[in-house]
Write a protein that binds this ligand. Sequence first.
Ligand code: ZN
Length: 315
Amino acid sequence: MHACFLMPAVKKCRYACTITFAALIFASSMAQAQQKFDAINLLKTVKLLASDSLQGRKTGTPGNQAAREYIVAAFKGMALEPVFDSYTQPFSFESRREQGKRYDGINLIGKRTGQKTPQKYIVVSAHYDHVGMKNGEIYNGADDNASGVGALLAAIDYFGKHPPEHTIIFAAFDAEELGLQGARAFINETPVPRDSILLNINFDMVSRNAQRELYAVGTSHYPQLKPFVEAVAAEAKIHVLFGHDTKGEKPGDDWTSASDHGPFHRANIPFIYFGVEDHPDYHKPSDDYENIDPAFYIDVVDFLIDAVAAFDKGM
Ligand SMILES: [Zn+2]
């Protein structure tokens, strides 16, 4: 288990506490100077979205609504431009797994307008829903996928300060856990012509791996995307691996349709999906904030922003 790195290590000695606190402030300001985003804010987002009060953020629940309110407030705070009349894209669907039970979902969509080719689009996505509660236990979904939402918000902040060349649409999708429903709804009613969408970059589970490895999935389908990832990976503080995107692998090992990039792929829109290998807390009540790896996560988000910027500049 990883200890929270914000927790002061010493309780009883005031001097040591002062030192610890000063070191924290220093680390935080260094982080802000060197990083492309506010690391403290990043962790705060994951902690809040994965807190028990949000009860696992299942589509259609008050906890899911609370997550949405947090994300919308963040969008507003960073002056993200809406794509539709507002940030919300409502949709409804029937769950095949639950005898046709009807759900209402809400995607949250905004954009940063491109400075060079605004009529061409990159969609950066992360789902904000999780699986909710089962047998009285809360599935907090810290890695899956509060971590992706944190990365999404960090990227929105970055591209507000460094305007992109293409228009980047940022999508916090709902109902991923119920069958990629938010991404399907987005593809069914894209706010821009489908063939003007160059690429989907999807973040789902990006905050923990003991080997500091992150997968870039999709290059076997879209080999033209691989050099972009390789160039950024060469400078990254994490290990970037390719794979999980061919049929020859064991059942479940091909992640081509495993998250919201699936509907983009089926619509012939190239995708890159970034995510970690499955871990023991995957889809367990123990996918908690305390079990993410803050240092790794911060390095991942640094890499993800560089990757989005590289695609924006190079495509
Ligand atoms: Zn997920």
